[in-house]
Design a protein around this ligand. Structure first.
Ligand code: G3P
Length: 217
């Protein structure tokens, strides 16, 4: 299972990268705005800065909603760095743009996916990644993890190579449940990654080992 961090915060990306278990980064316009990154030149430079920190794929989202605009923007993003993955919204022109980029061998991430049918379309369009938003489904009393199971089942039925990127992950149990179901990737905040480290028996066990070592030395 790949671990992506879902942030545009460079310090958090560096911290996750320093653990040695980070496989990539996802961003979106809201995460960029949260870090105060505004203006096209600054946003493009920020993507390059992120690529220079991590080794894996970095999703960069288009803001156009028409095919021509998505192609223009996506090509400019792809030219920034070979780690860039073009993030496209699950709308009609997004599907068309996904097919366009996938047939050119450019990686894509179809985002804002909330149903199995949308995920099926993304796979048919050759998406590298499909991003079902599990936290936002949970927010409206709909089981986000069930969607991951449905997509896994459908993709396995037909051998689709599109990777299921569980997005809008909010906490450690989302990560663990996605791993049980067989999501290929999860993207979440730093807390959902480092939270996996924590267990009180690890802390008390280590304290005991160190105390016993001190007694004998
Ligand atoms: O990866 C999608 C993500 O950025 C959305 O997360 O927490 O805003 O639903 P959230």
């Amino acid at each position: 299972m790949k671990f992506f961090i879902d942030t545009a915060n460079l310090d958090q990306i560096k911290e996750a990268q320093s653990l040695g278990i980070l496989d990539g980064v996802t961003t979106n316009p809201s995460l960029m705005a949260k870090e105060g990154i505004t203006g096209q030149d600054n946003i493009l430079q920020h993507y390059v800065d992120i690529c220079n920190i991590v080794d894996g794929d970095v999703s960069a989202e288009v803001i156009s909603t028409d095919f021509e605009g998505m192609v223009r923007e996506g090509e400019a993003l792809a030219a920034l760095h070979d780690q860039i993955v073009i993030k496209l919204p699950m709308i009609k022109d997004g599907v068309k743009a996904c097919k366009y980029f996938s047939s050119k061998g450019i990686k894509t991430n179809v985002t804002l996916v909330f149903s199995a049918g949308q995920a099926l379309l993304a796979a048919k369009a050759g998406a590298t990644y499909v991003s079902p938003f599990i936290g936002r489904l949970d927010d409206i009393s709909t089981d986000g993890l069930h969607l991951i199971s449905e997509i896994r089942h459908i993709y396995d039925n037909y051998g689709f190579e599109t990777e299921i990127l569980a997005a809008s992950v909010r906490h450690t149990m989302h990560v663990i449940d996605c791993a049980k179901i067989g999501a290929d990737v999860m993207t979440g905040p730093l807390s959902s990654i480092v939270g996996l480290l924590k267990h009180p028996l690890t802390d008390s066990g280590l304290a005991q080992f160190l105390a016993d070592y001190q007694k004998g030395n």
